[in-house]
Design a protein around this ligand. Sequence first.
Ligand code: HDE
Length: 714
Amino acid sequence: MSSEESPFIPGKPASSTPDFDEPQRPQGPPEAKPDQSGPRPTTPTGATSADEQDAQGQQGRYHTTAQGGRLPDTNHSLKAGARGPVLIQDHHLREKITHFDHERIPERVVHARGAAAHGTFVSYGNASSVTKAGFLQAEAETEVFTRFSTVVGSRGSPDVARDTRGFATKFYTSEGVFDLVGNNFPVFFIQDALKFPDIVHAAKPHPDREIPQAQSAHDTFWDFVSLHTEATHHTMWQMSDRAIPRSLRMMEGFGVNTFRVQNSAGETSLVKFHWKPENGVHSLLWEEAQLVNGFDPDFHRRDLADAIEAGAYPRWELGLQVMPDSEDEMFEGIDLLDPTKLVPEELAPVRAVGRLTLDRNPENYFAETEQVAFHPGHLVPGIDVTNDPLLQGRLFSYLDTQLTRLGGPNFSELPINRPRCPVNDMFRDGMHQTAVHQGVAPYKPNSLDGGNPFSTEDEHALIDVPQPVAESVKERRASASFDDHFSQARLFWLSLTGIERQHLADAFIFELGKCYEETIRRREVKNLAAIDRELCETVATGLGLKAPEADDRAPGVTASPALSQIGRRWPVAGRKVGIVASADTPFDQITTVRAAVAEAGMVPLLVAPRGGRLGEGSTSVAVERTYATMRSVEFDAVVLTEGIESSTEVDVLISEAWRHLKAIATCGNAEILLEEPGIGLGDPGIFCSDEPHEATRQVIEALAEHRAWARADM
Ligand code: HDE
């Protein structure tokens, strides 16, 4: 460095004296952030508030070190001359690289891939007869954060793998945090938490080559579930269309385990929690799912964020199935402590008790979606656990896992996990402690801190309903009612329509067809014989195996029609319609179709051969997808306008939309495009009209049933 060169910026002349009197401040007003100087607000824990924490590391207008020292340059490390080696004294270099080196935390051991949103839960006020939980009382409104996830795949795995989906909601109630940590299936693979590592090891990639990613279509999974028949019911759901949701917004949610609730008179009931989506329960087809995973691996994540940003807020009703708190904890012959069993809605109707609206995307994926920590033991007064052995094990696991994942016991101080009510837990110190606790007596009883904090005999969380525990001996055994592994698997099968059954059988054929070991395939087909003859024969035929003898282990089972996804009409808001046009399309056709789609609360996506705009001047419309960037799987329905020509891309679009039972409308002479693939103008879900508005109206009407199911029989 020459003697005239600045010690801070190579090449910049040094000032002769330190510039104390006239600091060189940037001109103009501060750019982005509001002024965050001034005293830091504190929460009752003594920690800085959530808002303040969010801004930590991003305050003021200058780039600084982590210690707040202003930085002149972050492009060049400090070197012994412009071409010389880097000096170890460059603190900025070491601090920046060191922080970067430690940016990753362990991903969740299961449910690693997730997407989340903030929202509000509004109670209908009609649940007080069964629970005193404050957030379910009249006029209660509660801030929530919901995270959806797949189970098996790693953080970077594709969204629409065939898998169970997590559906976890954190209610920041005035009585403390309540977490409803559920799935999109009402049942689980195992009856005892002790088996959880086994099912997860079996479902995860093979330990030698670490393949396949985010799949159950492999030997270890089928080895386990074929041997461990209590998994049969869940496996049926996993092979059903429920395992490939069209959107996270179109899934049901279930608490799975049975909970015990208590009202203010001290009366208890057993309940199962349900989330019912306002948009209906819809799925992709398997071929679509496979295409989506290549075309847009972030399909679900993008869909959720886009919908919220566009104001098409997803909504669910929270429902309760309420069963009497009987001594044997059975209901209509169903053991309520067995998480491989559901209670058919026909036997215990789902009573809607409030509405969840997700209306705000996270601002920072890591801080919120990644660091949120759920726990089925985060309970509020009026909601307690049962002895379901799966739930009991979960009560241990979720706290334990955060210690590794979030690096210590203070994760509830992270902004996303903080209760929105006073916290005075008497916990102290530990890694990543952010609170500055007051007082000298973090123990009870004490006199030095005036006896603070006080215990309450009033409403408290962990209600610990005094349940009698049967006089018993210690033993590793489940009750005999847990031995029935097939009757509800059959109930699920019988509840599905023909096309849903076909999809389910096809999924078995695909998944077992991916297993190398024939013994595994045979063993699973034998299990299917205990569910249904037709299912077993279809799968055996698909695999080239001989169907085993009929097995009548599940006699006298009836259907629960509520489990089928097909046969109802649903709101179409938020669905996506591809409008294919070109520079030759009459412009009013484009505007008419777009307006009709938007008016129905759906998302119009204009597709054209090339990018840019269609139409002239200020009324022109931006092309949202080109032939290079579109694929049929993104659209729920397709409208073909006049002026588009046959091309490979358009032909593939039409044939896929046709095969995937999607509604297709043509305006005017665009119907010619249907000739080549042999699509009849009167076929189900095909709408041709000279009136673009009419063609679009018919498509919207058809979308209420999700797909043109009648085409499946053609
Ligand atoms: Fe979980 N589960 N689980 N699980 N689970 C986790 O906790 C576990 C089970 C569910 O978005 C982990 O924080 C055991 C049933 C969801 O952050 C872990 C058993 C249901 C999520 C864990 C079960 C679930 C998890 C991993 C058997 C549906 C994601 C990371 C006894 C009712 C939550 C974490 C999120 C996450 C353990 C069974 C739902 C390891 C031991 C049944 C939605 O603690």
